[in-house]
Write a protein that binds this ligand. Structure first.
Ligand SMILES: Cc1cc2nc3c(=O)[nH]c(=O)nc-3n(C[C@H](O)[C@H](O)[C@H](O)COP(=O)(O)O)c2cc1C
Length: 219
């Protein structure tokens, strides 16, 4: 990984050059950018099967740079991103999760863990683990914002992604302390969410119908 890169500055420069040609071109470009965002939101779906092609380092750098621009309560930015590519560790966490879930007595957990292809990391070779500072007031919301940005940027780069939270189950229990220690998190952070990344090897199933009565206008 190349650390912090100048991605946004480079693109801003590119956009500025085009925008200043003519007023109508400026409007057109603004429209294009906006439609691209809406298109990505409409096209993003969870992907749970990936090809063997690795995610490029420059794409990971772009994704992280954008994730760090997510809004956060009092601009606390209480996140820590771990780029996980250690498939052996992912398998270990997944296996331990499966065992715990099967022993949980919770019918939903048991049903999920009994899936033949159960994998807490959706068979991906790359995942971004998102941890929150435990003292942050709205750490879950802040990290969810970052996760959403990651999935949208991934979509725009032609990558499949899947939001994950289930992998944290074992890491919150005494059984998972050794695995948690291998994530190299700063003191006072704990993993709460994540996003699997890769090139899609499946077409997502059609969307469930959207729930109705989920908005209202007042005034
Ligand atoms: C907070 C959160 C946690 C999730 N955790 C998991 C997970 O652990 N494993 C998984 O396969 N999908 C997980 N998902 C993905 C959802 O199942 C998925 O977003 C939902 O079914 C809607 O499908 P779509 O993303 O294709 O629109 C999670 C999504 C959210 C928002």
């Amino acid at each position: 990984m190349g650390g912090e890169r100048g991605f946004l500055r480079r693109n801003e420069y590119k956009i500025t050059c085009v925008m200043f040609k003519t007023k109508s071109q400026k409007k057109e470009l603004a429209g294009e950018i906006m439609n691209e965002v809406i298109k990505n939101i409409q096209e993003r779906r969870s992907v749970r099967s990936f090809t063997d092609d690795p995610v490029r380092d420059e794409d990971i750098a772009t994704i992280l740079e954008c994730a760090k621009l997510a809004p956060s309560a009092i601009d606390g930015q209480p996140w820590f991103f771990t780029v996980m590519r250690d498939r052996a560790l992912m398998d270990e966490i997944s296996e331990m999760n499966k065992k715990l879930m099967l022993a949980s007595g919770d019918p939903l957990m048991i049903k999920m863990a009994s899936e033949p292809k159960f994998d807490s990391f959706c068979s991906a070779k790359t995942a971004i683990i998102i941890s929150s500072e435990t003292k942050a007031y709205y750490g879950m919301a802040d990290c969810a914002n970052a996760a959403m940005i990651i999935t949208l940027v991934a979509t725009s780069l032609g990558l499949g992604s899947c939001y994950i939270a289930g992998y944290t189950y074992v890491l919150r229990k005494p059984e998972g302390l050794a695995q948690l220690a291998r994530l190299s998190l700063p003191e006072g952070y704990r993993p709460i969410l994540g996003v699997c990344l890769g090139y899609a090897a499946e077409r997502p199933v059609p969307r469930k119908p959207l729930r109705s009565n989920t908005s209202a206008f007042i005034g």
